[in-house]
Design a protein around this ligand. Structure first.
Ligand code: MN
Length: 128
C-alpha cells in the first residue's frame, strides 16, 4: 500500500503565487489552500496538515499572527510553518525565524528545488 500523501496547507491570497505553488507541489502533496488568515485558522484547526506554507501579507490577519495563533492552539499537533513572503528586506529572514517560523523563503519563488528539498527534510524529520 502506498504511503499516505502528506498534506500541506498553503496560505496565499495572490492567485499567481498560489498557482505556482500548486504547480510545484500538487503531484507530491495533498494541498489545502486558503486565501486569508481567518479561513486558514479555522480550516487548519479542523484539518491539521503536515506542514504550512504561510504568506505574510494577507487581506485580514497577517501571516505572523496566523502562525502564532496556530502555535498557541494546544489542540493542534506541532507542524512546521514556513514563511513565503515578498518581504525580503535586509534582516527580514532573521525577523521571521525569530518570530517562530521554521523556514523562510523570499518570493518570487526562484529556487523551487530548494523549497522542495526543505519541505521534504522537515516532513522526514517530523515522521521519524
Ligand atoms: Mn499576500
Amino acid at each position: 500500500m502506498p504511503a499516505r500523501m502528506k498534506t500541506i496547507a498553503v496560505v496565499e491570497d495572490n492567485i499567481d503565487n498560489m498557482l505556482l505553488v500548486r504547480i510545484i507541489l500538487q503531484d507530491l502533496y495533498e494541498l489545502n489552500e486558503y486565501d486569508n488568515g481567518q479561513s486558514a485558522l479555522s480550516g487548519i484547526a479542523s484539518a491539521p496538515p503536515d506542514l504550512v506554507l504561510m504568506d505574510i501579507s494577507l487581506p485580514d490577519i497577517d501571516g505572523v499572527t496566523v502562525m502564532q495563533e496556530l502555535r498557541a492552539n494546544k489542540n493542534l499537533p506541532a507542524f512546521p510553518i514556513f514563511a513565503l513572503t515578498a518581504h525580503a528586506m535586509e534582516g527580514d529572514k532573521e525577523k521571521f525565524l525569530q518570530a517562530g517560523f521554521d523556514f523562510y523563503m523570499a518570493k518570487p519563488l526562484v529556487d523551487t528545488s530548494e523549497l522542495l528539498r526543505v519541505i521534504a527534510a522537515h516532513l522526514d524529520k517530523a515522521s521519524s
